[in-house]
Design a protein around this ligand. Structure first.
Ligand SMILES: [Zn+2]
Length: 147
């Protein structure tokens, strides 16, 4: 079935991950710039509506920032694995994750079996949204383009 990734495939994923990383870094930069701007304006005006909207934007900023920082870490981890020749292997069972899954989620750390198992466990212990769901959200839409 699934075999280890070829050099050409690894290069492709490296490119993909590098590009995604640049995109996120640029986005985070823009976010912090616009946040500083808003902060300046609000201090000058100081009316309640402004403060309320500032709080909202700071909260969403934090949320976006947190998610992107999280993804950034996963991208770095994946890039390091490419360097070490471990990319594409499941962290739990050591089996190849498989090309189709990696195409859809280049930062995947687990094969689909282990991932499902992990999700089942997390669902059992917690009603909150599981953390692993975040990578699906961010990378999910790009899956089609990856071809
Ligand atoms: Zn596995």
């Amino acid at each position: 079935m699934s075999t280890k990734l070829k050099k050409k495939e690894l290069d492709k994923f490296k490119e993909l991950l590098d590009e995604e990383k640049r995109k996120i870094l640029r986005h985070l930069e823009n976010l912090s710039e616009s946040s500083e701007m808003e902060l300046g304006e609000t201090t000058a005006g100081g009316d309640e509506a402004d403060i309320a909207s500032l709080e909202i934007s700071q909260k969403s900023l934090e949320k976006i920032g947190k998610r992107e920082t999280y993804l950034l870490k996963k991208i770095d981890l994946a890039l390091k694995k490419i360097e070490d020749g471990e990319y594409g292997l499941c962290e739990n069972c050591g089996e190849p994750i498989g090309l189709p899954r990696l195409m859809a989620r280049p930062v995947a750390q687990l094969c689909i079996d282990c991932k499902q198992e992990q999700e089942n466990v997390e669902r059992r212990f917690s009603n909150r949204e599981v953390e692993v769901g975040e990578e699906d959200e961010v990378f999910g839409d790009d899956a089609e383009e990856a071809e």
